[in-house]
Design a protein around this ligand. Structure first.
Ligand SMILES: Nc1nc2c(ncn2[C@@H]2O[C@H](COP(=O)(O)OP(=O)(O)OP(=O)(O)O)[C@@H](O)[C@H]2O)c(=O)[nH]1
Ligand SMILES: [Mg+2]
Length: 706
């Protein structure tokens, strides 16, 4: 019965996105419009030129210079003594802190090198106090029960929903998952989402109650909640405090006891290793993180990436402790990294399978012999080595345009995006050209926080100044009827055609689940109504906690929905969502004209009923954000050719009559007329600088009280 309920909750990608992620500080540059060129007046950011955040943030994590002369370590190999597991939880329930304790108590990291959330080694992670990248580490632990030494490969995962792709990839490399639940807060939306992901991967789940040191901790209530909602047996649940170091040994013993060891491979099986992460190192090329499923890989081997067909010689094989330590070989069941001077980022892809070139060639020759010496490429469906299942591609939820402030940076931006996709497999991009903005890229993200992090990483790690347009979802446009029906995908508001009678627009809807204390049910239903939500169900998990199920257009969610949810429930509610389907909606494109010139990056798609109020609020907001010019600047919001709202920014004006005391009236008139003429000329040639915040104005509008 439990499994059934899980099947219903298939892929869960949720949205705990904070819109304050969009505080203006995050955006960096100014842009001028229309006939004008791009400017970057006060667009300088703190660009610490980091080449690889992993290296830069944590020099101890192995820079190439410090690698010279490092001897490889040989570990005894016994697959029955290996345990691979991920740490999963809702955001801030203490995963990284627990990983710290596991590293510390096994003396994997020296005491002097220890710091809080050690595995969060990126600057952005440390500044924000959240994990955004999965991070693997190997610890050796001597069991108190049987006295044997075990190799524990742990993967710390991010808790925020925008990075759930990282979690799903980590889980595919493991046999078990440590489910951390904050004993003072209980189950949250993301706890459930991660449990479903772990069950999809058939993992053994070990629940742990964390933060029992807090006065507000209520382990009994939370255990009951876990039993009732998730269905895990909690009679002997481990009570721990990652901060105070309570229950750490119990956790490690439970892992050894409950998580199954990896399956040993057949003797002589060819190498098959699954890539779960990678990053670009300017000195060593692409560094690939993988889990060996079959076979063995050593330094000096020639490896082949099955999907791309690229072959490279291995220059280093190693494990993460968590700094990279070279080892002589890695065998089935082990987790580690490899480098092979791979300079072309296209060669490697997360989810691809690594094998040995010699084994591939031998298998290919055999198949070709069986087929009368036909070359392998000409034999249909021939697969000398069966690739591992890999991962399903992540589906971007939100799109935005990224344009370099300096047009010369275009190539640089393209290379940087290529390198960044190695480290962030959920990022997608394609070239885009816009009349007003020049050459850039349309990028797809899993959520708003993801979008902001990528933008910040581009600026910090690759020293790029960017202009970011407002995020939008993907719409489907249907034209014609019956067999002649044609569908086009629209991922930028400016590409939306004018909707006539035989063009229909479909927008994505999400299934949203909100967990909240029951006293806020009313406030949440009110919010749902404002956002065109369809209330599906309200369930009481316990007398004081409920889950509310909604079907909401995704476009309403990517505005300040999460902010509103938090503020209306005093921060107690959490939410998750997954894409359901596309539904027909009465949509229209809201264009913005500044100084009578179209400003496509400011256009947005809204529901027809909301067009008037969004248009009015948008022009008011733009009036506040766009600085005054020497001439009058009208700002208009239009649907089609109809202007539905307008405002104008009054010009800065010199008092030309100041020098004219006394004097004749006609003299004054003449001066004023001359000034008016000058303003008119200025207006015709004028350039309006639109600051970066203006691009985001549309998602920050207060949409209540419409
Ligand atoms: N009192 C107390 N605080 C804890 C405990 N474990 C973690 N914390 C605190 O909780 C906060 C979040 O901890 P993290 O370890 O960063 O949580 P996380 O689950 O890794 O968060 P994300 O990776 O962003 O999802 C930090 O301020 C920790 O100091 C604990 O056992 N007791
Ligand atoms: Mg963390």
């Amino acid at each position: 019965m439990f499994r059934n309920s899980i099947l219903q909750c298939f892929l869960i990608i949720s949205a705990c996105t904070s819109i304050d992620a969009f505080a203006p500080k995050a955006f960096i540059s100014k842009q001028s419009f229309g006939i004008s060129s791009l400017t970057d007046e006060d667009g300088k950011t703190t660009s610490t030129s980091l080449n690889s955040s992993r290296e830069a943030a944590a020099p101890t994590f192995g820079s190439s210079s410090s690698r010279k002369g490092i001897k490889e370590i040989t570990y005894p190999y016994d697959p029955t003594k290996i345990r691979n597991f991920s740490i999963i939880a809702h955001i801030d329930h203490g995963k990284s802190t627990l990983a710290d304790r596991l590293l510390e108590s096994t003396s994997t990291v020296a005491e002097r090198d220890m710091e809080a959330q050690l595995l969060d080694n990126m600057d952005i992670e440390r500044e924000r106090g959240i994990t955004i990248k999965l991070q693997a580490a190997r610890v050796m632990y001597k069991s108190k029960k049987d006295g044997e030494v075990y190799t524990l490969n742990l993967i710390d995962t991010p808790g925020h929903v925008d990075f759930s792709y990282e979690v799903s990839r980590s889980l595919a490399a493991c046999e078990g998952a440590l489910l951390v639940v904050d004993a003072s807060q209980g189950i949250e939306a993301q706890t459930l989402a991660n449990v479903y992901l772990a069950l999809e991967n058939d993992l053994e789940i070990i629940p742990v109650l964390n933060k029992i040191d807090l006065p507000a901790a209520d382990p009994d209530r939370v255990s009951e909640e876990i039993e009732d909602t998730i269905g895990l047996d909690c009679t002997d649940i481990i009570k721990a405090s990652a901060k105070a170091g309570i229950g750490i040994e119990d956790i490690m013993e439970a892992i050894i006891e409950q998580v199954p060891p990896p399956q040993a491979s057949e003797p002589d099986a060819p190498l098959r290793a699954l890539i779960f992460d990678s990053y670009y190192d300017p000195y060593r090329g692409v560094v690939v993180f993988f889990r060996v499923i079959d076979g063995e890989v050593k330094k000096g081997d020639k490896i082949r990436f099955l999907a791309s067909g690229a072959e490279h010689e291995v220059t280093e094989v190693g494990v993460m402790q968590p700094q990279q330590v070279p080892v002589t070989s890695l065998q089935a069941g082990e987790v580690g990294y490899i480098c092979g001077s791979v300079k072309d980022v296209q060669d490697t892809r997360v989810g691809d399978t690594i094998t040995l070139a010699s084994q591939y060639k031998a298998a290919a020759n055999e198949i070709s012999k069986e087929n009368g010496n036909k070359p392998i490429g000409e034999i249909e469906g021939a697969m000398p080595i069966q690739p591992l299942p890999g991962y399903s591609e992540s589906v971007p939820m939100v799109y935005c345009g990224l344009f370099p402030v300096d047009a010369d940076d275009y190539e640089n931006l393209r290379d940087s995006l290529g390198k960044l996709t190695l480290n962030d497999a959920a990022l997608s991009y394609e070239p885009e050209t816009s009349g007003a903005m020049g050459f850039g890229f349309r990028c797809g993200f899993l959520g708003l926080l993801h979008m902001e992090i990528i933008q910040e990483r581009l600026s910090r790690e690759y020293d790029l100044d960017l202009i970011v347009t407002a995020p939008s979802v993907v719409y489907k446009i249907m034209e014609g009827q019956g067999d002649n029906e044609k569908m086009t995908i629209v991922d930028a508001p400016s590409k939306m055609p004018d909707l006539t009678r035989d063009i229909r627009a479909l927008e994505p809807y999400v299934k949203m689940e909100i967990l909240t204390p029951s006293e806020y049910n009313g406030a949440i239903i009110e919010l749902g109504q404002e956002r065109r939500g369809i209330l599906k169900d309200i369930k009481y998990l316990t007398p004081t906690r409920s889950t509310i199920e909604y079907e909401v257009p995704l476009a309403e969610v990517i505005t300040d929905f999460f902010d509103q949810l938090k503020s209306r429930t005093k921060g107690y509610a959490s939410m998750e969502y997954s894409i359901m389907d596309y539904r027909e909606s009465d949509l229209c494109r809201l264009d913005v004209k500044i100084n009578y010139e179209d400003a496509p990056p400011l256009a947005c798609i809204v529901h027809k009923d909301q067009a008037q109020s969004v248009g009015r609020k948008l022009v008011e907001k733009l009036k506040e954000l766009i600085p005054r010019q020497m001439f009058k600047v009208p700002i208009q919001a239009c649907v089609g050719v109809k202007v539905i709202a307008s405002q104008s920014i009054s010009p800065m004006r010199k008092d030309v009559l100041a020098k004219c005391y006394g004097g004749d009236l006609s003299r004054k008139k003449k001066l004023l007329q001359k000034q008016a003429k000058g303003k008119k000329r200025m207006k015709a040639m004028g350039k309006v600088n639109v600051p970066q915040e203006a691009f985001m104005a549309v998602i920050k509008l207060d949409r209540g009280n419409q």
